[in-house]
Design a protein around this ligand. Structure first.
Ligand code: 3HC
Ligand code: NAI
Length: 725
C-alpha cells in the first residue's frame, strides 16, 4: 500500500509493499488516492514520494502480469497524473528505483537519489518493455543513445552515473527523505512546465536515422531470438518520430504484444525460478529453513589449471582471503601468472581497481606447494585433474591436515561424491561444488550433497555461491549430477545424427537458431575433445581397456558412436589443435570452418559400417537433441536428484547457454506439451531401439497420462506415485 502523511506544506506518499515495494494493484490505488488527496488539500503545497524501508520501488508486481486481471497498462495513467499535478512532486530515491518504480520517478518533477541507489528499466529482462510511458519520458530526459542503452539492456546504473546522465537532479550521502523535502519546499511556486518530461522535445542526435539503424543492428545481433530488445528499440524510436501521446500509444501496443508472448512468460518464470532454488531441500529432510551456514574467513584452492584459476579469481573478488596450492613449483608459477593476469583484467573493470582487490597482499592471496598451510582454512575447493584416485588421495590428505570444522569441496564434473568422501574421516563435511568454465564469469554453481553431507555443509556452500555472486543449485549425487547428466544424451544424439547423414555445422546451426549460444560441436571443439576421450577411456568404453572383440558401435548392448574417439586418435582435439569437428586457422584459432576432410571421413565411416546416408531435417535434429535431454531431466526428477523442474531450468540457463527466453528445458517441454514430447520420443525410440536415452521416462509418461498438468504441479504427481510404492 502507499501511506499518505501531511506534517507540513509537503505531503509524503510512502510506497509500502515489502520486501521491494512492488507496485501491486493495491499500491497503485493508494498512490492515486494519495495524489488526489494532496491535490484537493489547499494547505499542501508540494508532494514527496518515497518508499518504505530504504527502497523506492522495484517496479510493477511481476506476479500481476499473469493474474487473471492483468496489471499491465494500469501504471501509465498514474504516472501521467503525477506529472500533471499542479503542485511540485519530488521523488526521494533510496535503494532501488527499477522498472515501473523508475517510471513513477520520471513522472515526478524532481528526483533526489541516495548515492548508493540503483536505477534501471529492466523490463527487457522479463520479456517486456517499460510500459508506463518510460520509453517516451527517458529519451526526453537523458537523450536517445543513453535511453536506448538502458532500455534495451535493462542494466541497473548507480546514482553517480544517473547524476551524470541527468536522470536525477541531486545525489545525497545522508538522509534522502530530508533532502527531498528540502527541495520540495524550495521549489514551491516555481513553474512546473519545464519539469514535465512529456512536454520536452527529444534531444536531437546528429544523423538520427543512421544512428538508429546502427543501434537496431546491434540490438538484433545481441538478442539472439529474444523479442523484447527489438520491441524496446521500436518504442524508443517512436519517441524520436512522434509526439508524446502517439509515442505512448505505440508503447502500449508493443507492450501488449510482449505481454502475451510466450517469451515474457518464460523470462518471468526464469526470474522466479532463480529465486525459488535458494529454498533448497533434500529428500532426507534438510532444508534452507533449518540449516545455518558456518563462516568462511579463509579458503584454499587446490590445482591452478583452467578451473582453479577462475575459482581463485572469484574468491578474491568476493574478498575472501585464500591460499592457492599446486603440485609443484613449475605448475605453481604457471598458475600464479595466469591468476594474476585474470585479476589484473578484473581489477581494470572495477572502480578502485587493484587496490580494492588487494591481490598482491600475501595475507589475502598466498601461493604455495605446501599442504601444511591449509591447516587453518575454513573451506577448501579441490580442482585437480578429473581422476578418482588422485582426488581420493588429496581428500585423505586434507582430512588429516585441515582443522576439524573445515568444509572440503570438490570441483568434479561427474565423479561420485560419496566415494571421494570415503577417503576422509569427515564425510559429513565433503560436498561437490561444480563450477563452470570460465569460473569467474559463469554464474552457475552446482552444489552436490552426498549420502553423509551435513545440512550445515550445504548451507555453507549456498552461502559461498551468494558471496561469489553466483546462483547455487543444490542437487543429489549421480554420475554427471544434473547438468552434465542431461548433456550426455544431447551430445550423444548430435553424434548419432552425424553417423546417420548430418553434418556438424547443420546440427550446430539448428541449435544456435533455437537460441543456444553455441551448438554441441562448436562447444566440443572449444572444451577439447580429449576431455571426454580421457573420461571414456577411464570408463573402459574405448582405449586399451576395451575388451577385444567389442563391436565398434555397441557398448553394453547399447548403441555407441566411436566417432569422437576416432577424431582424438587422429590428434583432432578441437580448437587447441586447430582441428576437431571443424577446421581452424591455426592451433588455438577460433574461427570454425567446415572441414572437407571430416565430411569425407564421415562418408567413409558410413560406408565401412554399412550406414545408409539419409537427409535429416531441422525438426528431427532439434527434437532428438532436446527431447533426449528433457527426457533425462524427467528421470532426474523421478529419482529425487533435484527437488523440482525449476532447478534443472536454472542450471541450464546459467551453466549451459540455454536461451533464457525459452525458460529452460523443462519449461520448454511444458510449452511444447508433454504428450507431444512423449509421442516424439516414442517415435524416435522405435526407430532407434538400441538408444535408451530415447525411451520415454516413466515420469514423463505418467504426467502425459494424467493430462499434462502445469509445471508447478509436476512434483505432486511424483509424491503420489512414490507414496503408492
Ligand atoms: N514484483 C514482484 N516481486 C518482486 C519484484 C517485483 N517487481 N521484485 C522482486 N520481487 C520479489 C522476489 O521475487 C523476492 O521474492 P521471494 O523473497 O519470495 O523470493 C523478493 O522480492 C526479494 O527479491 P530478491 O530476492 O531478488 O532481492 P534482491 O535484494 O536480491 O534484489 C531487486 C532486489 C534488485 C529489486 C530484484 O528483486 C529485481 O531485480 N527485481 C525485479 C525488478 C524488475 O525487473 N522490475 C521491473 C518490473 S516490470 C515493470 O515494472 C513493468 C512496468 O514498466 C509497467
Ligand atoms: P586442468 O588440467 O586444467 O588443471 C588441473 C590442475 O591441477 C593442474 O594445474 C595440475 O597441476 C593440478 N594438480 C594436479 N595434481 C595436483 C596435486 N596433487 N596437488 C595440487 N595440484 C594438482 O584441469 P581443469 O580443467 O581445471 O579441471 C579441474 C577439475 O575441474 C576436474 O575435476 C574437471 O573435471 C573439473 N571441471 C572442469 C571444467 C572445465 O571446463 N575444464 C568444468 C567444470 C569442472
Amino acid at each position: 500500500m502507499a501511506q499518505y502523511a501531511r506534517g507540513s506544506a509537503v505531503a509524503v506518499i510512502r510506497l509500502r509493499n515489502p520486501p521491494v515495494n512492488a507496485l501491486s494493484r493495491a499500491v497503485l490505488q493508494a498512490l492515486e488516492d494519495g495524489l488526489k488527496k494532496a491535490d484537493a488539500d489547499p494547505s499542501v503545497k508540494a508532494v514527496m514520494i518515497c518508499g518504505e524501508n530504504g527502497k523506492f520501488s522495484a517496479g510493477a508486481d511481476i506476479r500481476g502480469f499473469s493474474a487473471p486481471k492483468r496489471l499491465g497498462g494500469a501504471l501509465g495513467p498514474i504516472v501521467s497524473l503525477i506529472e500533471s499535478s499542479e503542485k511540485p512532486v519530488v521523488a526521494a530515491i533510496e535503494g532501488v528505483a527499477l522498472g515501473g518504480g523508475l517510471e513513477v520517478a520520471l513522472g515526478c518533477h524532481y528526483r533526489v537519489a541516495h548515492v548508493k541507489a540503483r536505477m534501471g528499466l529492466p523490463e527487457v529482462t522479463l520479456g517486456l518493455l517499460p510500459g508506463a510511458e518510460g520509453t517516451q519520458r527517458l529519451p526526453r530526459l537523458i537523450g536517445v543513445p543513453a535511453a536506448l542503452d538502458m532500455i534495451t539492456t535493462g542494466k541497473h546504473i548507480p546514482a553517480t552515473e544517473a547524476l551524470k546522465l541527468g536522470l536525477v537532479d541531486e545525489i545525497v550521502e545522508e538522509n534522502t527523505i530530508e533532502a527531498a523535502i528540502r527541495l520540495a519546499n524550495k521549489v514551491i511556486g516555481q513553474p512546473l512546465g519545464p519539469r514535465r518530461l512529456s512536454l520536452k522535445p527529444v534531444p536531437k542526435v546528429p544523423n538520427m536515422e543512421a544512428f538508429l539503424d546502427e543501434a537496431l543492428a546491434k540490438v538484433k545481433r545481441q538478442a539472439r531470438g529474444c523479442l523484447a530488445p527489438e520491441l524496446c528499440f521500436q518504442a524508443v524510436r517512436a519517441a524520436t518520430r512522434s509526439p508524446f501521446a502517439e509515442g505512448v500509444r505505440r508503447e502500449r501496443e508493443l507492450f501488449q504484444v510482449l505481454l502475451s508472448s510466450g517469451q515474457a512468460q518464460a523470462l518471468q518464470y526464469a526470474f522466479f525460478a532463480e529465486r525459488a532454488v535458494r529454498r533448497w531441500a533434500t529428500p532426507g529432510g534438510a532444508s534452507w529453513s533449518s540449516a545455518a551456514p558456518q563462516p568462511v574467513r579463509r579458503a584454499a584452492v587446490i590445482g591452478l589449471g583452467t578451473m582453479g584459476r577462475g575459482i581463485v579469481t572469484s574468491l578474491v573478488k568476493a574478498n575472501i582471503p585464500l591460499v592457492a596450492l599446486e603440485q609443484d613449483l613449475e605448475n605453481l608459477n604457471k598458475g600464479r601468472k595466469a591468476v594474476m593476469l585474470l585479476l589484473e583484467r578484473e581489477a581494470m573493470k572495477m572502480e578502485g581497481g587493484a587496490q580494492v582487490l588487494d591481490f598482491h597482499n600475501p595475507a589475502r592471496l598466498q601461493f604455495t606447494v605446501d599442504f601444511d598451510l591449509l591447516r587453518d582454512v575454513d573451506l577448501v575447493i579441490e580442482a585437480v585433474f578429473e581422476n578418482m584416485a588422485l582426488k581420493k588421495e588429496i581428500f585423505h590428505k586434507l582430512s588429516k591436515i585441515c582443522k576439524p570444522g573445515a568444509l572440503l569441496c570438490t570441483n568434479t564434473s561427474a565423479l561420485n561424491i560419496d566415494e571421494i568422501a570415503s577417503a576422509t574421516n569427515r564425510p559429513q563435511q565433503v560436498i561437490g561444488t561444480h563450477f563452470f568454465s570460465p569460473a569467474h564469469v559463469m554464474r552457475l554453481l552446482e552444489i552436490i550433497y552426498g549420502r553423509h553431507t551435513s545440512p550445515t555443509a550445504i548451507a555453507t556452500a549456498m552461502q559461498l555461491a551468494t558471496a561469489l555472486k553466483k546462483v547455487g543449485v543444490v542437487v543429489g549425487n549421480c554420475f554427471g549430477f544434473v547438468g552434465n547428466r542431461m548433456m550426455f544424451p544431447y551430445v550423444q544424439q548430435a553424434v548419432f545424427l552425424l553417423e546417420e547423414g548430418s553434418r556438424p555445422d547443420a546440427v550446430d546451426q539448428v541449435l544456435e537458431d533455437f537460441g543456444f549460444k553455441i551448438g554441441p560441436f562448436r562447444m566440443s571443439d572449444l572444451a577439447g575433445l580429449d576431455v571426454g576421450w580421457r573420461s571414456r577411456k577411464d570408463q573402459g568404453l574405448t582405449g586399451p581397456s576395451l575388451p577385444a572383440g567389442t563391436p565398434a558401435r555397441q557398448r553394453h548392448g547399447q548403441r555407441y558412436s566411436p566417432l569422437p574417439d576416432l577424431l582424438c586418435e587422429r590428434g583432432r582435439f578441437g580448437q587447441k589443435t586447430g582441428k576437431g569437428w571443424y577446421l581452424y586457422e591455426k592451433a588455438g584459432g577460433r574461427t570454425a570452418t567446415p572441414d572437407p576432410w571430416l565430411l569425407n571421413f564421415l562418408s567413409q565411416y558410413r560406408d565401412t559400417h554399412g550406414i545408409r546416408t539419409r537427409f535429416i531435417d531441422q525438426e528431427e535434429i532439434l527434437e532428438r537433441c532436446l527431447f533426449s535431454l528433457i527426457n533425462e531431466g524427467f528421470a532426474i526428477l523421478a529419482e529425487g536428484i533435484a527437488s523440482g523442474p525449476e532447478h534443472l531450468d536454472v542450471i541450464y540457463i546459467n551453466g549451459y547457454g540455454w536461451p533464457k527466453h525459452r525458460g529452460g528445458p523443462m519449461f520448454y517441454a511444458s510449452t511444447v506439451g508433454l504428450p507431444r514430447v512423449l509421442a516424439k520420443l516414442q517415435k524416435y525410440s522405435e526407430a532407434h531401439p538400441d538408444v535408451p536415452g530415447l525411451q520415454p521416462s516413466a515420469f514423463l509418461k505418467k504426467l502425459a497420462a494424467v493430462g499434462n498438468p502445469p509445471l508447478k504441479e509436476w512434483m505432486s504427481y511424483l509424491s503420489q506415485q512414490s507414496s503408492k510404492l
